[in-house]
Design a protein. Structure first.
Ligand code: G
Ligand code: G
Ligand code: MN
Ligand code: NA
Length: 254
């Protein structure tokens, strides 16, 4: 079994890597950004996925150290893309434990400063599980970040972990529709369309853009665009890929 000490050493030894999944802006058809997704290149076990080690990281608090590494690496990469003329907004997932430390705002600004990246190029993604412990404290930290220009998104909205109170308490600019909402299109099309339209409308009424996750087919992409979703992400558009492949992928899809 994996232990926290091993993960801590792996971070220091440079065994974590980020893959990036493109995000499409539907009205323009342009790629507007990417989501950074961590993997652990384990010397014996091979490439480990987040589900193999993020729960351990969250339970032990190592996720704070992990997130600092992800922030540093993702902002460095985003700044490199920007210098290469690629205008991408990069998303980073934030975990619950980070709010309690009180260092989130400083950690984000340290990363932006070190990378020389504009705050507008970064989106912080949070799920309700990541704010549940102390919602007011979390909301205050996100408000500070938004004032400085960093975007915030509510992740996995429509899953078991999300609630309407998030929309009220968290100052977010983007609502990410959980992939279970999108997957429902194949099963109960009219009901799914109604649910997606309602969530998109709710987000819009709160001044939020909407990003559909887990778009796996052309049919799903077409429907979510019709329903007013502004952005989409999923295997039908592109799978998460190493940073080195992103520029080529952008050229090929044109
Ligand atoms: O990459 P994959 O599709 O397997 O990601 C699964 C989940 O792991 C995602 O839903 C995401 O919330 C989580 N995850 C991926 N990368 C990170 C990360 O850098 N930090 C945190 N806290 N969670 C991540
Ligand atoms: O919300 P979260 O941060 O967990 O989302 C990222 C996760 O979703 C990653 O694990 C990624 O591999 C996965 N993912 C991305 N696109 C798709 C898709 O189209 N279908 C499914 N099933 N999973 C996807
Ligand atoms: Mn996410
Ligand atoms: Na999600």
């Amino acid at each position: 079994v994996l232990v926290a000490a091993e993960l801590r050493e792996a971070i220091e030894a440079g065994q974590l890597v980020l893959h990036y999944q493109p995000v499409l802006h539907l009205p323009s058809g342009e790629v507007s950004g990417v989501e950074a997704l961590v993997r652990w290149q384990h010397p014996e076990r091979g490439l480990l996925m987040p589900c193999d080690f993020i729960p351990l990281a969250e339970q032990t608090g190592v996720v704070v150290q992990l997130t600092r590494w992800v922030l540093a690496e993702a902002t460095r990469q985003a700044a490199a893309w920007e210098r290469a003329g690629l205008a991408l907004v990069t998303g980073v997932n934030i975990s619950a434990a980070h709010f309690g430390t009180g260092t989130l705002v400083a950690d984000v600004h340290d990363a932006l400063d070190a990378a020389g990246l504009a705050p507008e190029r970064l989106v912080l993604e949070l799920t309700e599980t990541s704010v549940a412990e102390d919602p007011l404290r979390a909301a205050a930290q996100f408000a500070q970040l938004r004032v400085s220009g960093v975007e915030v998104s509510i992740d996995d909205f429509g899953s078991g972990f999300s609630s309407l109170s998030q929309l009220v308490s968290i100052p977010a600019g983007i609502l990410k529709l959980d992939r279970s909402l999108v997957a429902g299109i194949e099963v109960r099309r009219s009901e799914s369309a109604a649910a997606i339209a309602a969530v998109v409308g709710l987000g819009a009424a709160c001044g939020m853009r909407s990003l559909a996750e887990g778009v796996e087919t052309a049919g799903q992409l077409e429907l979510i665009a019709e329903l007013g979703c502004t952005h989409a992400q999923g295997f039908h558009i592109a799978r998460p890929m190493p940073a080195a492949e992103v520029a080529d992928w952008l050229v090929i899809r044109r």
